[in-house]
Design a protein around this ligand. Sequence first.
Ligand code: SF4
Length: 1017
Amino acid sequence: MNFVPTPEQKAIIGYPLRPLRVIAGAGTGKTTTIVHRLAHLVEGGLSPERAIGITFTNKAADELAGRLREVLSLLAESGREVEVTTYHGFAYSILQEFGAIIGVERDTEVVGPGYVRQLFHEAIATGSYEVLDLTWIPARVDAAVDLSGQLARNLLTASELIAKGGDDDVSLQRLELAGIVQRYDAAKRELGVLDYGDLIRLTHQLLTGHLEIASRVRQRYEVALLDEYQDTDPAQRELLRAVFGDGFPVTAVGDTDQTIYEWRGASITNFDDFPVHFPEQDGTPATTLSLTENRRSGSAILAAAHELRVELYGDAQFAPLRPIATAPPGSVAAEFFRTTVAEADWIAEEIVRLHEEEHVAWNEMAVIFRKNNDMGLVRDALQALDVPVEVGSLGGLLDLPEVADLHAWLRTIDRPGDSIALARILLGPAYRLGLRDLAPLSRWIRPNRALLGDDPDLGWPLVEAIDQLEEIDGIRPEARSRLVSFRKLYRRFLELAQGSSLVDLCRRILDETGMWNEVEARDPGSALTARVNLFRFLDLAEEWSPLRGRPTLQAFLAYLELIVDERSAAELDTANVGSEDAVVLLTAHRAKGLEWDTVFIPTLAKGVFPFDRGTLDDPVSKARFVPYGLRLEAPVDPELDDDERQVALRTVRDRQEWRTAYVAVTRAKRRLYLTGAHWYGTAQRPKPPSPILDAVGRAPGITLNVRAADPGERPATLSIVPAAGAPDPLFPTGWENALRATLADTGWPESLVGADPTSYDAAVDQIRMILDDMPEPPPPRSEETGVDTSVTGLVTLAQCPQRFYWSEVEPLPRRQAAAMRRGVKVHRRIELHGRGEMPLDEISDDLYDVTDSDEPPGNGPDPYSVYLASRFADARPRFVETPIDIGLSSGRIRGRIDAVYEPHPGVWEIVDFKSGRNRGNPAAIVQLEAYGVAAIDKALSPEPPQAIRVTFAYLGGGDLEEVTVAADASWLATARRHLEALLGQAAGPEYPQTPSQACYSCDFIKFCPAGSAFTAH
Ligand code: SF4
């Protein structure tokens, strides 16, 4: 491997096994350095299993593990790896192993923020209150969630807080809030679940109350690496000290300048005080080494970043970031406009100019915002110029029209009373109804509701009226027929929602409402924007799940409400963006850890960025905060008087804003644009330039270009007027132009068809083909249909019934399947390629039928490159990632076929791609059997093929290996019998342990005597 470390890196890599703090400035090659430190230790004789890396998010953990695997490739090939996990994952694994001692069962589930809020709603409903204001329940839920989180981050319980008492107004409110938290905790105990705060608090309790367990955990390792340590909270620090304190060779890596999560509990002092918290064995503070050579940005950009640090440090000394000798200088431009619309238009035009004149790829440019809410205008301006856009912030995603349509369907399915969502669907392009068409429904609702005894003033779900359409007069025939179509589809989705996973339901909505087809028909930029962002939403639906069990639609919708508020943990993870050729829009929090050639940072006006509002962490005036005296650490000196405290808290908030700006600025490699405007949103007064612009303007060579010194009057509207045409293949210049042309000449629409009858016929043929390809609805569930499983489940069953039992019947906890996620990633890229686009670099679990053979081989070319070199890359599949749902007499099988090609009319080749090598697994054939039977049973199309071939395409190991079987009538009959037999076996009651080579990759080996015995030999 051609890695030549700098002297700074060399010192860190070769540092002996002693406590060490590494201050790693932005862009200084932190990950490379820590990976090589671990690799150096392993090469020096440390067994990889004796090292552990802990980081913040699953994504970061996967990346770190991947980098280690690359550097230690020989060991990785033999299955020996450094353990890499997250802070919460580390705590959870200790609780799973030893938690029974303090009453935590091994299979305890961990619930996410959506479910937590649901439980808090219930806890609020079951209490009685004297001082708490309950007029707006969501605000009380927010307050109780905050209090509960802060208690956990300070290793406290609600009971301990209540025991402290208090009689002033705020304390009394806090006591009632703490009562809500107590009831919430009781509900969790009853349900046998924990939240993320509990994981840390309980693990700390376990380790400090049972020192022998802390010692056992500690003895497993010889070195620990703590990544992104500046983001840890006080409770996480204490947990880590309980295991890795007292001279243990622990290396913490971080950068105080990038601490931007104080508001959710990150401790600003954890990193600063690490040498004291984790001293040498003799008690002397740990050593600190620094990385200061920036390998990312040009010197002009570093000069701008330096000025932000000057604001943070004042007169105090700090080590400046240095560019590498070969770095180009880069450029920084600062522009200030009259209105935010002018600002957004200018950004969009400059992005187009850079792309067209300087050939900067779309995905080499990002626009980084302070808040999701600021994103809309720039997004609209870019879309008006047909620039493909990828929204990397989850909150901003829901504003995109195509995602909003899908979201509206989900809301209508889960909440029939949500008439706003329903109206969006009915008045939208799919049904094109007008309010006049809905008026007869509303008229019918009122008397009928009264008849049923409901309150007629409360209204009634519109969907009820659609259900009774036949009783309602006055609807014009065309509108009635559209409402009937809607009703049919809606009923179908209601049924699907009962038995499908969330992501499957979303996909069915996209397929069956024709949203995918509509997207495909758009102009390339707009189609790419829609496709990328819909996939991001699907990933969100897929990733949204507790550690075990399936998420419900209701909880998912609650979670979406949360991310709009930017309050969820997921919103804080680094975004997965950049593989699609689209300009990325995201918040600074989501941008942390990423980099682009060109970065725009808009909204730099006073009060907008740095943002000068938001609640200050002041327990004297706010009941939702734990009093300073009870905390492990306080944000400001508890002895300050009221005024001094307010000033100090504002300083804390402002410094965090400056650090957020620093994170945003240091994402740029070559070009940095900083922009702002006088007029924003609903503000009634113009704003001056942000102090960030003033600070950056002090750097040599950077001058703020104020384009409108006089802000003038407040503009009447601040919105972008779309210039692009409507996405309709019939009217490529847009509906508005079509309307004008028709008004001028009523024969114009006809002339469209007359001018090119062949394209009209071709369009009709295409629609016919789409209709032909619509799958039959799944057969209704019957009482006898006892077993309902997936194709992957059946393959597991064929391999080892016991493994199936522990996966599907009585699920046991499973380790994080990083390898499987890599397989999923390859499938995602192939799917996007099959749909006609370059891939989105995203991961999501168990969406695809990914089995053991999908694990990549470790080394060798990426399976996706093997796919690109194969015959499949150039062939256009007839079906891509098509869900199947087949009913046999012994049960039902669900799955998803990677691709179906039609080399000759009526001849189908069904292909399943494997990201690994062919390991000759005899059970794998079950997958092809299910696909063949699905095709012949019309699960893909009402018109079954005349001939079928089924193929496994193995992409691992650098070469394509194909295994193809001609699925003739006799093969299909055997396949059907085999599937029936397996379904029968899936019903139990016997699930024998059946050891084989598969035991080596079985998640349950540590619970399985037969598997352990097999692998021991
Ligand atoms: S370890 Fe082997 S025998 Fe045991 S459940 Fe897993 S696959 Fe079956």
